[in-house]
Every structure is written in C-alpha cells, then in structure tokens.
Design a protein. Structure first.
Ligand code: PHE
Length: 344
C-alpha cells in the first residue's frame, strides 16, 4: 500500500507538471483527490490494514495528499501569473510613441483687437450694442442727416439690395437706432463693433468688407473736451502711453464740428518717416459732436442734450499696431498669417 501511495504521488506530481491550463488542472485534481479519485480509492482500502499499520499508512496518505495539494496550488498560481503576463503583453501601450498633434485654434486678430477695445470702453462706462448688417436706407443715411441725393453719400459707395435696403456702409446706423430706442429720454453711452461693406475694389488698403467700431455718448453737457479725453485714453491704451493725439477739422454730415484724430507716429516719434508719410502723424479715426439734426430726428432735444460720436476701423488699427501691410490678409484665411497672432 505504501508503494501504491508513493506511485500515486509520483504520478500526480508528474501529471501536474505537464498541465497547461486551469481546466486540465481541475481534472487532474478530481482524478486524484476527488470522490472517485485514485488516492481516495486507496484510502478506502485502509480498513483492511492491521491496527499497527493503519496509523503509519494514514500518516503517509496525509503527506501524499498534502504534497499533491501543494503542487496543485503552486501550479494554479503559476498558471494565473502566466495568464496575467500574457494579457499585459497583449495590451501593452507604447508610451514612448509620439502623440498625434492636436491643432489649437485661436482668436482672429480682428476679434482680439475688437475685444480689447470693448474692454477699454466698458471700463469707461460704455455699453456694447449690435445692429443689423442689412440695414435700411433710413438708418444708414437719412437718420444721420444724409437725405437722398445728398452729395456726401458718394463718400461711401454702397451695395444696395433694393431701393430702401442696403449693406450698411458704417456702424453709425446703430447710434441712430440706439437713440431712437432710448426715446430721447435716457442718456446714451454705447459702442458698437461690427462688419461694414463698401463697393471698393479690393487692394492692399481697401476691402469691400471690413470692421468698424462706433462710439456714441449723448447726455446733458457733453462737450468736445469729453470727446478729446476719451480718445486720448483710447489712443494711449491701444498704442502706448507715450503717444500724443491731435484733432484736425474734418467733415461728416452727422457731426458738427467734425474732426479726424491722428496719433503721433511711433516709428519716428514725430520726426517724419515713410510710415507716417513724413508728417509725424497717423490718421486713426473720425469723430465729432453729434449734429443737432441727428439728435432731433432721434427724439433728443438739442437744446438740452449734446453728444459726441466717433468711428474707427479695427482693421486699420491692427495694421498699424502690428505692421501689417495688406488688409486682405484679414479676410483670405491663410493660416500661416492668422496663427502668428494667436498668442500675441
Ligand atoms: N461713420 C463714419 C465713417 O464711416 C465715421 C464716424 C463715425 C465719424 C462717427 C464721425 C462720427 O467714415
């Protein structure tokens, strides 16, 4: 019987060694240790042994069972580890592979300039308004003291849609609309950025579509000195504290008096150079005191209310600020151009 037990142990350990998966291992376990297993069968025969032999064989049988169980457990753990290793290997991620580049978008330079200007004017108490790009002849011209057949209409060559509808040529109709909305009762302090359209032939300095920002302040006792102060603050914030401004007399039908504002040339510091055409000054925007007729048409009594207005072109401001020589760059969407200004 001892030999039988030793043979079973040997056979079992041999069988376990060659097992390659958990299922077969389980079968081997049942084959030896199960109810109908070979070790169990031998142990059943123990009854026939003499009382002296029984404890000896019993102890040996326990040792054999322990040895087989240990071998089974070891094998099981080994198989588990192997399975895990295989899985890890199959699922390996090569963290050293370079990633696929993700292209970052960014704001268009004009959007950034407009947002900077908005921030500045919001800080001075202006609200930001919008108006339609398809505008009526009335708001684009008539309400701004430009009746039909007024010669100054030629200053802004217009895309007409019908006799009464057009693509706005400037953002000034938004001042007329806002004043009308406020019914001649409330003060108005607004800026309005937006796209405008003119029948120009596109070249380095002209585009049939460009941007403007209109500003309007109407209240009691608004004076030209207020306009000058606001414009000076704007110029210094946009172009640098060391910049000077000057106002030159000009003409717009909707302002009286009208001015154009220049800033001192940064390139030459006022000495005269090619950027400022030897004048030492660069023209930036048009402005003036709101014409009494414009106030009146919008329902504001010019005897009580006065106001100033200005209009500027973010395209031109961006070109001056960054030395961009062609306005078409803003609208032709060449990424090589646009991405240069994402972080600037
Ligand atoms: N609307 C004028 C233009 O487009 C600019 C401007 C606005 C001038 C407001 C004076 C006051 O040329």
């Amino acid at each position: 019987m001892k030999e039988q037990l030793m043979a079973i142990q040997e056979e079992a350990l041999e069988a376990i060694k060659s097992v390659e998966d958990q299922k077969t291992l389980q079968e081997v376990k049942v084959g030896f240790l199960g109810k109908k297993g070979s070790l169990t069968a031998v142990l059943r025969g123990m009854g026939k042994l003499s009382p002296e032999e029984r404890p000896v064989v019993g102890e040996l049988a326990n040792q054999v069972r322990a040895a087989i169980t240990e071998a089974l457990e070891e094998k099981s753990a080994q198989l588990e580890q192997e399975a895990l290793n295989q899985k890890l290997e199959a699922e390996t991620i090569d963290v050293t592979l370079p990633g696929r580049p993700v292209e970052m978008g960014g704001k268009h330079l004009l959007t950034r300039i407009i947002e900077d200007i908005e921030d500045l004017f919001i800080g001075m108490g202006f609200e930001v308004r919008e108006g339609p790009e398809v505008e009526t002849d009335y708001f684009n011209f008539e309400a701004l003291n430009l009746p039909k057949n007024h010669p100054a209409r030629d200053m802004q060559d217009t895309f007409y849609i019908t006799n009464e509808l057009l693509l706005r040529t400037h953002t000034s109709p938004v001042q007329a609309r806002t004043m009308r909305e406020y019914k001649g009762e409330k003060p108005v302090k607004m800026i309005c950025p937006g796209k405008v359209y003119r029948r120009d032939t596109d070249d380095a300095t002209h585009s049939h579509q460009f941007t403007q920002i209109e500003g309007l302040y109407v209240d009691r006792n608004v004076r030209m000195s207020d306009l000058k102060g606001v414009l000076d603050t704007f110029a210094k914030s946009m172009f640098g504290e060391d910049r000077q401004i000057r106002l030159r007399p000009s003409f717009f039908p909707f302002t009286e008096p009208s001015v154009e504002m220049d800033i001192s040339c940064k390139m030459c510091g006022g000495e005269g150079c090619s950027v400022c055409k030897q004048s030492g000054w660069i023209e930036i925007l048009g402005a003036g005191m709101v014409h009494p007729k414009v106030l009146e048409m919008a329902g504001y009594d010019p005897a009580i209310y006065s106001g100033f207005a200005f209009g500027m072109g973010p395209d031109r401001i961006a070109m001056l600020k960054y030395g961009i020589s062609d306005i078409r760059h803003f609208y032709t969407n060449d990424k090589r151009f646009l991405t240069q200004y994402h972080q600037a």
